[in-house]
Ligand binder design. Structure first.
Ligand code: NAD
Length: 496
């Protein structure tokens, strides 16, 4: 149990000026420049981060390469690596509340969500991959008797990790943990508006005994430090979560540099489809509201397109509205807040731009649509629902990444499938029905990496997450994720 008193104490902690983390120590950016850290809770600066540039990225990559070549991690006994990562997970758990509060001050996610979704989830992920270290191994191929064909799994070398601001620890851990478990050295580029928890994570990794240079962090702007990492000739792979436009750039950087592999987890416009035979209409409405509005809609898998079968439309919309108006938007560090702040003033302005466009295009505003709690100086937005959304409207096509839901009505299963797939994205989705056959047909028919049935959201580390179409490729989570961070090497041995 976390207490409000402890949170209130932690929120006052002095963070000060944070540095880069390279070769096991804190260093300033080569240029000496820094960026202010503004809290979306009240719009005030409360810390600063180093504004890393190409020289710093080069320093971090050099340190990672040196550590990798030295072998004190990459070639260390699996039992040692497992012990260090297990200790790392324990430390993250021990400091969970401190990390959660720090992260919330940085990005505004409501604490009751952030505590579980950020440090506790990251600790679970690190532990999961620590346990996999001595359980995932190579193969012996079924070759003719005079030959031995061995398939080795080897780490790639230096892996760059670039993540977004909505859940930097959770998403970071999905990449950092399997990359480290496989024996790689890493350079992490946190999101410029939420870097603090990943910096702290690197310190905890060092405290757990991870050798110097294996885990480096270069903060700074995406267009500078991120680009330098993407273009670096000595980075073997980039594991990225973020927006489509930046994903495209990373593919270009790879083509222009050393053909490094790039794994992209991008955005979504996920359909949440409610059939008339939904098992529990009221509960589905509550879960659907949470599935779009928690963390102010800044969730890559958010169910941002709601498709409701015509015969239950009015009843469902009544329940959805009730559930939505019950959600309390407020200071994200209050345990009673269901929804915290939008991550930044820029993101809030972008969200409001989507609202204006939806009105202009003829969608009907059911609730919300405005900035609230202005007196706090922070960035807060009322959960927003539009109905009469048609598939050509911007709200049906583009990802808002904010608390804005577009609702459409459908008559037949065929129409639901067509609408669900009428998007360039394919990340998540959900189907609500009592009919097992409908559920299975829909799982097959929807083009998405994840199909929820009779729920929205919810998953654990054992199952993969990732998209199809322009939601990217490559999967985070599960044992499959380790494959991204290893190479196969064949040994063909003539036995005579
Ligand atoms: P973003 O693409 O703007 O930034 C993501 C990261 O890329 C940040 O660390 C940023 O500094 C860096 N970056 C920016 N420009 C760069 C460049 N030119 N070169 C290299 N790196 C650069 O995304 P965001 O605004 O931080 O996050 C929101 C997006 O992330 C949304 O589209 C959302 O759907 C997506 N997202 C996807 C998932 C998923 O699992 N598929 C999860 C969370 C968020």
């Amino acid at each position: 149990m976390i207490s409000q008193d402890t949170i209130d104490t932690l929120r006052k902690a002095d963070v000060g000026a944070r540095h880069l983390f390279i070769d096991g120590t804190q260093v300033d950016a080569w240029s000496g420049a820094s960026l202010p850290v503004i809290s979306p809770i009240d719009g005030r600066p409360f810390a600063s981060i180093a504004d890393g540039g190409a020289a710093d990225v080069d320093r971090a990559v050099t340190s990672a390469r040196k550590a990798f070549a030295k072998g004190s991690w990459s070639r260390a006994a699996p039992a040692f690596r497992k012990k260090v990562l297990t200790k790392f997970a324990e430390l993250v758990e021990k400091h969970a509340l401190e990390l959660a509060v720090l992260g919330v001050r940085d990005n505004g996610t409501e604490i009751n969500m952030a505590y579980k979704a950020e440090p506790l989830s990251a600790a679970g992920t690190i532990r999961y991959y620590a346990e996999a270290i001595d359980k995932v191994y190579g193969e012996i191929a079924p070759t003719p008797e005079n030959v031995l064909g061995l398939i080795h799994k080897e780490p790639l070398g230096v892996v760059g990790v670039i993540v977004p601001w909505n859940f930097p620890l959770m998403i970071g851990a999905w990449k950092i943990a399997p990359a480290l478990a496989a024996g790689n050295a890493i350079v992490v580029k946190p999101p410029e508006i939420a870097s603090l928890t990943l910096l702290r994570l690197a310190e905890l990794a060092a405290e757990a005994g991870l050798p110097e240079g294996v885990f480096n962090v270069v903060t700074g702007r995406g267009s500078v430090a991120g680009e330098a990492l993407g273009l670096h000739m000595d980075v073997d792979a980039i594991a990225f979560t973020g927006s489509g436009p930046v994903g495209r750039r990373l593919l270009e950087y790879s083509a222009r540099s050393n053909l490094k592999r790039v794994f992209l987890e991008l955005g979504g416009k996920s359909p949440n489809i409610v059939f008339a035979d939904v098992p529990d209409l009221k509960q589905a409405a509550v879960v659907s509201a949470n599935g779009i509005f928690r963390n102010s809609g800044q969730v890559c898998v958010a169910g941002s397109r709601l498709l409701v079968q015509a015969s239950i439309y009015d009843r469902f919309m009544d329940e959805l509205l009730k559930a939505t108006t019950k959600l309390k938007v407020g200071d994200p560090l209050y345990l009673i807040s269901d929804i915290g702040a939008v991550s930044s003033a820029e993101q809030l302005a972008k969200n409001l731009g989507f609202v204006s466009k939806a009105m202009e295009e003829g969608a009907r505003l059911v609730t919300g649509g405005e900035r609230i709690l202005t007196e706090t100086g922070g960035s807060y937005m009322a959960p927003t629902i539009f109905e009469n959304v048609t598939e050509n409207m911007q709200l049906a096509r583009e990802e808002v990444f904010g608390p804005v839901l577009g609702v459409m009505r459908f008559d037949t299963e065929e129409e639901a499938v067509r609408l669900a797939n009428a998007t360039v994205y394919g990340l998540a989705s959900a189907v609500w029905t009592s009919n097992l056959s409908t559920a299975h047909r829909m799982v097959r028919a929807i083009n998405a990496g994840v199909v929820h049935v009779n729920t929205y959201g919810g998953a654990d580390i054992t199952v993969p997450l990732g998209g199809v179409k322009q939601s990217g490729f490559g999967r985070d989570k599960s044992l499959h994720a380790i494959e991204k961070y290893t190479d196969l090497k064949t040994a063909w041995i003539n036995l005579g």
